[in-house]
Design a protein around this ligand. Structure first.
Ligand SMILES: Cc1cc2nc3c(=O)[nH]c(=O)nc-3n(C[C@H](O)[C@H](O)[C@H](O)COP(=O)(O)O)c2cc1C
Length: 240
């Protein structure tokens, strides 16, 4: 049984890795262990919305990476138009020997109570998928493996193209792609807000409330948008 120190160590060990060592494969039994953890994720109504596609074929992985780069073009154009700056992540994940696609079956909403179906169906559906996804990342980290969120696979263009490429039936949805492999280089932890800033006792402590200025500072320094300027946090991110 993991104690809290070991659990914390595991949580700290998980990082979003965007560069993979193409010479190191990941055996099937490790992928099996990771997915065995994922299926024990909690989900609304125990609806278990998840299914997974394990992709090893190099041609398919490259096709996925190429589709990803294509959809980045619009994303970049939009960033430039609105913010005047755009540093996009590359498709280094093509070198991860395994691509896991997390699928969601929205029909599981039938497992929710009637009121939940009316007001929280989508949120419960995605929370279930997020729980399974996080377990995949943690399980991978526990095995010394690297993983990453590639959420753009659910953009309309990529989801449509991938559903055809991989023969995914309607009404299933593509949630995330999780590349799994070994990191090509170590990655430093990205910044987090301090504990004392985010925890309130008994009542909301207004001294901790972030006004507009403080919030803008957060976005431009500690968030991923802000961290683009800090080389040490992002040199891995911009590989392709
Ligand atoms: C819902 C969600 C979507 C994300 N989408 C992407 C993505 O498309 N590409 C990517 O490289 N990282 C993605 N990330 C990873 C975040 O950028 C990352 O978790 C954050 O910067 C903190 O870094 P860390 O995971 O190394 O702690 C996503 C994370 C979450 C939870």
């Amino acid at each position: 049984m993991l104690d809290i120190e070991e659990f914390h160590e595991l949580v700290m060990k998980r990082r979003s890795i965007r560069g993979y060592d193409k010479s190191r494969d990941v055996p099937d039994d490790l992928i099996g262990k990771i997915l065995e953890c994922a299926r024990w994720a909690p989900s609304g109504g125990n609806g278990q919305p998840w299914e997974f596609i394990v992709i090893r074929d190099e041609k398919t992985r490259n096709r996925i990476a190429d589709l990803f780069l294509k959809q980045q073009e619009h994303k970049k154009e939009m960033e430039m138009a609105v913010r005047g700056d755009a540093k996009m992540t590359g498709a280094g994940f093509r070198h991860a020997p395994v691509h896991l696609i997390v699928l969601g079956d929205p029909r599981v909403k039938e497992t929710y109570p009637v009121r939940t179906m009316l007001d929280k169906a989508d949120s419960h559906f995605y929370t279930g998928l997020a729980n399974a996804t996080l377990l995949i990342h943690l399980a991978a980290a526990s095995l010394g493996l690297a993983s990453q969120y590639v959420s753009d696979v659910s953009s309309p263009y990529m989801e449509t193209m991938l559903k055809v490429l991989l023969g995914i039936p309607d009404p299933l949805r593509i949630y995330h792609l999780i590349p799994i492999g070994y990191a090509s280089a170590p990655v430093l932890p990205r910044p987090r807000r301090e504990l004392e800033e985010i925890v309130h006792y008994e009542r909301y402590d207004m001294k901790k409330y972030r006004d507009e200025r403080a919030f803008e500072k957060f976005v431009l320094t500690l968030s991923r948008r802000g961290s683009y300027g800090k080389k040490s946090w992002v040199e891995d991110d911009l590989q392709s």
